[in-house]
Design a binder for this molecule. Structure first.
Ligand code: G4P
Length: 191
């Protein structure tokens, strides 16, 4: 999505440790007009795939998933992060390690919200090392549902999570893929 690349170039801020700050349009402050276009772009990628539900993870995945949900007329489920190790039997849960934040969270979804006949599209804001998407895929597969594909708004290709999931056979699409990034330059992957 050319407009995602343009937004990153115009408003993104490169921080140390390979972190891109996009607080002005995707995290914290949300550019709602652009968010609507993101939802429409995701809907067009999956228009023929008979998706029944969109799954994301709190917090920053939610606006993107909701925008795609509006565009596709579909419900959105978001996984919650839970620090407690006391997990009830009513939920699917897995552990997600965040390399960026250096912490671990139990990620949980109530069993009533995913059923075996669901065809799920997973959506998130960033795809870096792939831990969050891997955790969400595990949850869908625990429920016996189908992972049709995953969309990230921004993939950091140099952190390899997207390519590792593609090698495993998952359909992974990102609206912009950053191949390289340093203090002076951002290079996008041709798609
Ligand atoms: P991974 O899930 O792909 O392995 O990514 P990683 O563990 O490295 O990142 C974990 C969190 O950091 C995620 O947010 C992810 O969206 C965010 N993140 C990763 N790289 C960047 C980046 O370059 N810029 C920004 N702004 N965020 C990044 P989270 O823990 O789920 O938090 P939330 O923001 O959704 O609440």
């Amino acid at each position: 999505m050319k407009k995602m690349e343009d937004k990153i170039l115009a408003e993104g801020e490169i921080l140390s440790g390979g972190v891109l700050k996009v607080g002005s349009f995707l995290n914290q402050q949300i550019d709602t007009v652009f968010m609507k276009e993101i939802g429409e772009e995701i809907a067009s990628l999956y228009k023929d795939d008979e998706i029944t539900k969109i799954l994301t993870i709190e917090a920053s995945g939610i606006p993107i998933a909701v925008s795609a949900g509006f565009a596709m007329n579909l419900p959105v489920v978001y996984a919650k992060k839970n620090k407690s190790s006391n997990i009830s039997g009513d939920v699917y849960s897995t552990v997600v390690q965040s390399f960026t934040h250096g912490n671990k969270n139990n990620v949980i979804v109530n069993k009533e919200f995913i059923s075996p006949d669901d065809r799920i599209l997973i959506v998130d804001d960033f795809l870096a090392h792939g831990s969050a998407l891997t955790g969400l895929i595990e949850i869908v597969e625990m429920a016996g549902a189908t992972v049709v594909g995953c969309v990230a708004a921004i993939e950091k290709g140099f952190q390899m999570g997207g390519d590792r999931l593609r090698e495993k056979g998952y359909r992974i699409e990102s609206l912009a893929i950053i191949e390289e990034m340093d203090d002076t330059e951002i290079v996008f992957r041709e798609q």
